[in-house]
Design a protein around this ligand. Structure first.
Ligand code: ATP
Length: 616
């Protein structure tokens, strides 16, 4: 496929305002793509050059991109900068100048997708002395052969943001659309879906059938994605082998597994009511790490599936020393530890270990302990289907004695009082609370189910939890805040059922002046006039932004609100956060924000769970 055709598809996607349309255009594009290029189309659609855990970056900053545009189209860097200030997007600048050039010259070469992708790969691999010049040259060459629309997307690739709003769920949905025909050839599948529709009215049945079938297939694709976080690879497999291709996708050391997530309940009593006899573990307040060992190769992934191995040389050594298995994937929570007092440092100190520089010194000043809590893969075998009780035994056997890696502190009980006592003991030890685990549950990758239930420390005698919300818009600063260009945020929670972001709060407090400046800088780059396709809000901010940044907020309570769309149904108002305040940025994908379902559960639990103030 020529790159011009891909760029035209991207432009169509950029201009639609409904997710349904976006999905159908993307499905059309993926159906047309050849087996060799579909992987690259998927990466490019998200502004990347590979699956996110490989973090392949072109390494062209804004300055070099401006220079490249200037060189390719015969302008000065200052002229490009000026246009950038006016439009706020280098892709739009490239399009404008590319279109002008089109009128005056013929292009030297037609660009194919492969050419664009492989050139960017080369750009990303160019390192060392003089590399900036070589990168710039290759980038300008690509632009030089590009038309206006092509140039727009060529310029956006190294920015890592194509401004299309295509998230992983939309890609999976589009793949499901394309393989629905094959899926329904299975007579059994058809029967099973039809059986669920018996209650429905005759005229609704057909529509419901297609919706359910697509949803079922999307779930099957997502199950694979949960254990193999590379949609490019999955799409290629589908293209080559049809749905049979999915069977070939399995856990592989080096490819992150999406983490299982915890539900909330307000008390030990309710947890016992839900789970009966269960495992209860201390909840450590550090950061979650997923460790992959494959012979001598060790890779550590963060909660967001970034490769953070280089940050933790002490842990890599510990894995080598303490894990006897040749191949293993396990998870745990890492905490900075004060060797002199034997106590754990608070989260604010622990998080400093996640850094790019001074790693050696920091690992000496703040050594880590890792509390292992689950195992997903051992010696070539997937353990995720085994019940938790068995996995815990495997984990205990697999981790040898040592100073750094230990198992989480844990008891097994069916008695709410014993659970409460363990909870209080954990709090006394400076930990966050407990996580109760269903002894018979499998490892449920990528989902929040009642296999894990968290119970957190109480603040001021009340239970407390914050919410993670996605920024979908902002309001101009007024009064004292005029100087910052930003006065408040419009935020949303994620609705899995419709893959959309539903408004829940306007936030104007909790931001320091530095944060206001940072927010303005970040948000103005991704702002737009039109409401983004996956956003559902009746409140109109001064500027919309593509769902990208997630922040943690606390609030006094969750109230019903006719203004907000989170949880809103035909007859019922939505939910709002009362007195919300920003705590910090979270390194999460927008789809990992608190969900509408969770807000509903938190609303029901209110009284016992309050979204309260952090101590101090
Ligand atoms: P999310 O549920 O999206 O991860 P979060 O990052 O705000 O949300 P919490 O919901 O507060 O985290 O708690 C879940 C997290 O607790 C896990 O992701 C893990 O990092 C941490 N954790 C600490 N101790 C344990 C434990 N014993 N078992 C499992 N997770 C633990």
């Amino acid at each position: 496929m020529q790159f011009s055709e891909l760029a035209a598809y991207f432009e169509r996607i950029e201009n639609v305002s409904s997710r349904l349309e976006m999905t159908s255009i993307l499905a059309e594009l993926l159906a047309k793509a050849g087996a060799k290029e579909i992987r690259h189309i998927i990466y490019l659609s998200q502004g990347s050059l590979g699956p996110s855990h490989l973090a392949i970056e072109a390494g062209l900053g804004e300055g070099l991109i401006e220079q490249g545009i200037a060189r390719a189209f015969g302008y000065s860097k200052e002229e490009v900068e000026k246009l950038y200030k006016e439009t706020g997007d280098l892709g739009d600048v490239a399009k404008k100048l590319g279109d002008k050039k089109k009128q005056s010259s013929l292009f030297s070469e037609k660009l194919s997708i492969e050419k664009v992708f492989s050139n960017f790969k080369k750009i990303s691999e160019t390192e060392g002395k003089g590399s900036q010049d070589s990168k710039l040259k290759m980038f300008a060459e690509l632009l030089n052969s590009a038309s206006g629309t092509e140039a727009k997307f060529v310029a956006r690739i190294p920015l890592g943001n194509m401004r299309l709003g295509i998230g992983d769920p939309t890609i999976m949905e589009s793949l499901a659309v394309n393989y629905l025909g094959e899926f329904l050839k299975g007579k059994q599948t058809k029967k099973e879906i039809e059986a669920t529709l018996k209650e429905k009215k005759e005229e609704k049945r057909k529509e419901e059938f297609w919706r359910k079938a697509r949803q079922r297939l999307r779930e099957i694709i997502e199950e694979k994605y949960n254990i193999y976080s590379d949609l490019g690879g999955i799409a290629e497999n589908l293209k080559e082998n049809g749905l049979k291709g999915l069977e070939g996708i399995s856990i592989e050391p080096g490819v992150p597994i999406r983490p299982t997530l915890a539900e909330r309940l307000p008390s030990s009593k309710e947890i016992i009511k839900k789970l009966g006899r269960c495992a209860v573990e201390a909840k450590y307040d550090g950061f979650r790490l997923q460790c992959h060992k494959n012979g001598n190769s060790i890779i550590i992934f963060s909660r967001q599936a970034e490769n953070v191995t280089h940050m933790f040389p002490d842990l890599v050594n510990a894995i080598n020393a303490q894990v006897k298995a040749k191949k293993m994937i396990f998870e745990g929570e890492a905490l900075a530890y004060n060797e002199e007092t034997g106590q754990y440092f608070p989260f604010q100190i622990t998080i400093q270990r996640k850094r790019k520089y001074d790693i050696k010194k920091m690992s000496e000043d703040f050594p880590l302990k890792m509390f292992a809590f689950d195992i997903m893969y051992l010696e070539g075998k997937n353990c995720m289907e085994k019940p938790f009780k068995e996995r815990r035994k495997l984990l205990a056997k697999a981790i040898g004695k040592g100073k750094i890696i230990e198992l989480t502190k844990s008891i097994e009980t069916g008695d709410a009082e014993k659970m409460e006592a363990f909870f209080l003991e954990s709090i006394e030890n400076g930990l966050e609370g407990i996580i109760a685990k269903d002894l018979s549950a499998r490892y449920i990758a990528g989902a929040r189910k009642y296999a894990w239930i968290k119970l957190k420390r109480s603040y001021k005698g009340e239970l407390s939890d914050s919410a993670d919300v996605t920024i979908i818009g902002y309001f101009k600063g007024r009064g004292k805040r005029t100087q910052f260009g930003l006065g408040g945020l419009l935020t949303a929670v994620y609705d899995e059922a419709t893959d959309s972001f539903k408004s829940i709060a306007k936030i104007g407090t909790g931001m320091t002046e530095e944060i206001l400046v940072e927010l303005e800088k970040k948000l103005s780059k991704i702002s737009q006039k039109e409401k983004p396709a996956r956003v559902d809000s009746e409140i109109e901010p001064d500027s919309w932004v593509k769902p990208f940044y997630v922040i943690e907020v606390r609030a006094d309570e969750i109230t019903k609100s006719p203004m907000h769309t989170a949880g809103k149904t035909k007859g019922e108002p939505g939910f709002a956060l009362r007195f919300p305040r920003m705590i910090k940025f979270r390194e999460k994908k927008p789809e990992e924000s608190t969900s509408v379902k969770e807000i509903l559960a938190m609303y029901k639990n209110q009284g016992s769970i309050k979204l309260n103030e952090t101590p101090g």
